[in-house]
Design a protein around this ligand. Structure first.
Ligand code: PGA
Length: 240
């Protein structure tokens, strides 16, 4: 595991964009896993500014609220298009986002996993991290689910997400999420974390323990993980 501690959010975003740009120029037909949320907004802005050719790149978004209308400006569909895809020349048919409007979530999840395996897995998965250590929406639990699935969000995540929706009552209580299998299929993983609220979860990654009570600790078992943080998110990592 490689870690970078940056002075601030902008520096973290620029470094993440440089690493992602290196992936795309090195392999123009890269398959990426991408998150939404607050964390990657700056990296997407920096990456879009580079005016790279994304016409061969494919994307699988890590999750989607359920149920949610795609036109809802809090949907991951809306966020990924608005924050990134609309600014680059990626082909619409190469963007894969779980359908939060489906009435058959199991089928939707199965189809999504099939598309990822058909694409040969991901070359690079970019991840955020929840305050509770979730990755994608793989929430802390006694066991983690391998396949893409519909999950119940924890009270902590619902509370966090209410910053986007305005109140806990209207915040979705379920999500479709890429499972651990697809995330681990990525050849490289890039995790971004900024701010004090992430410091506990980040420190657990470096604690030396691997536990499903903090899904991000599982990343210790992957062979190619880079973590980029700002100083606040790194503040609780114990000196090695
Ligand atoms: P955030 O969410 O980027 O909005 O903090 C990260 C996550 O929950 O994975």
């Amino acid at each position: 595991m490689v870690k970078f501690v940056c002075d601030n959010y902008n520096e973290m975003s620029r470094l993440a964009a440089d690493i992602m740009a290196g992936q795309i120029t090195g392999k123009p037909f890269s398959v990426l896993g991408l998150p939404t949320g607050d964390t990657p907004i700056g990296a997407y802005m920096e990456l879009a500014k580079k005016r790279l050719d994304f016409s061969g790149v494919s994307v699988f978004c890590l999750g989607e609220y359920y149920p949610i209308n795609r036109k809802n400006n809090q949907s991951h569909y809306y966020q990924l298009f608005d924050g990134f895809i609309n600014k680059i020349n990626m082909k619409r048919e190469n963007v894969h986002i779980l359908n939060g409007e489906t009435d058959n979530p199991d089928e939707e999840c199965k189809r999504f996993d099939e598309k990822i395996s058909h694409a040969g897995g991901m070359d690079m998965a970019v991840l955020g991290i929840g305050v509770n250590g979730h990755i994608g929406f793989n929430e802390p639990s006694q066991s983690l689910v391998l396949k893409t699935h519909l999950c119940d969000l924890t009270a902590r995540t619902i509370e966090e997400n209410s910053k986007f929706f305005g109140s806990d009552e209207v915040t979705p209580h379920k999500s479709l999420t890429m499972g651990m299998d697809a995330i681990f299929s990525a050849k490289r993983i890039l995790l971004l974390a900024n701010g004090n609220s992430k410091a506990d979860a980040v420190s657990r990654i470096f604690s030396g323990a691997v536990t499903t009570s903090c899904p991000a600790t599982m990343l210790n078992l992957h062979h190619d993980v880079t973590i980029i943080m700002d100083k606040e998110a790194a503040a609780k990592i114990q000196a090695e």
